[in-house]
Design a protein around this ligand. Sequence first.
Ligand code: GUN
Ligand code: ZN
Length: 442
Amino acid sequence: SAHHVTALRGSFFDITAVTDCPETLADNARYLEDGLLVIEQGKIVRLSSWQEGVSRLPPGCELLDYRGKLIVPGFIDCHIHYPQTEMVAAYGEQLLQWLEQYTFPVESQYHCPQHAAAMSDFFLQQLLSNGTTTALVFGTVHPESVEALFSAAEQREMRLIAGKVMMDRNAPAALLETPEQSYQQSRALLQRWHNRGRLGYALTPRFAPTSSPALLEQVQRLREEFPDAWLHTHLSENPQEVAWVKALFPEHASYLDVYHHYQLTGKRSVFAHGLHLEEQEWRCLHHTDSAIAFCPTSNLFLGSGLFNLQRSWQEKVKIGIGTDIGAGTTFNLLQTLGEAYKVSQLQQYRLSACEAFYHASLGGARALDLDHLLGNFTPGKEADFVVLDPAVSPLQQLRMHNSTDIWQQLFVLMTLGDDRNIAQTWVNGKPAWRREEKENAA
Ligand code: GUN
Ligand code: ZN
């Protein structure tokens, strides 16, 4: 059949509208305990209650019964480094020493296409087995790294944004390039991969300390040539790093002002971290419509600081959630939301389950300027979603037994959940990953 229609019966949760105000999130939340999702050719046709939808199913449509499972939009990881998969859990250092001691040596291996291909496969399997269907991804300085990742993502039909790192100072020679090389290689990759299928290209200067003014000029030149490409970098993660930027760029008013001066702020600009921002930097992020990726496990692991989520709402700055593997310690967005809750607790802000799931889905999509395509079950959007098993361990089963509503269920999932809760991950309307059934399941 040319138009293959699939319908899934189960429980569904999503947030139906973007917002600038956390108080209105719950008003736009949709929970269907017995729901029916219809998909066709990779797109959402409709989500309704089972009662309403069942009579409208076309003859011959495939019906899958996932009663007892909770189906949510695919998770969106707004900041992650695929080459750092192999160095998660590197002991003892904060950002700048951690980069020198662990990160740069590992990234030096990605000139090798075979290594890059093997790690790309491993990385995408990790994303999918954790329910992540879209990510904004750092490669290394080597074009080979990004070539391998895009090829692997294309095979899986994933909506993925990535880019080659651009860097020309303050790192080992093997990882440096000239501004002209950086321009040429980034441009070639962008022309080959940007808007090819579901893929997108992000201009990826590592951060201000590894960028000369001449390199930043080349990034600006590319941004002017390709205004719909993304811009992905780091901002104000660690106090030593912030002081270093001030020393390297004394003529600029702030860390963000370095990027802003080269017109690298804007709608498709995503800045990882933003932990130590000054008043004027918040204002600049807002009026340029730039986004921040909040990476709680990374910020705690490197001892970088606490992201002020409440402030991001007050300043009307868009945010998404990032795992920031390998400074972050998990690929799993449920666990990452649990850590975001704890970071907020330390600042007297209550991160509700509703808000948390928003950031991991529609909010993240908006931060990436993809909310017209992703983030909920609105008809016409792309059919990327996760089938969650709400209780997979004795403790989760005990706790879920005492959870009377969806808010408690979601909060228990983000606090106790992990990859065992990801039963299936669907990408572009097709099952892309499925957890193996336990042999001795009770
Ligand atoms: N700042 C510059 N490079 C990096 C990186 O690889 N990881 C993190 N967490 N911060 C950075
Ligand atoms: Zn990072």
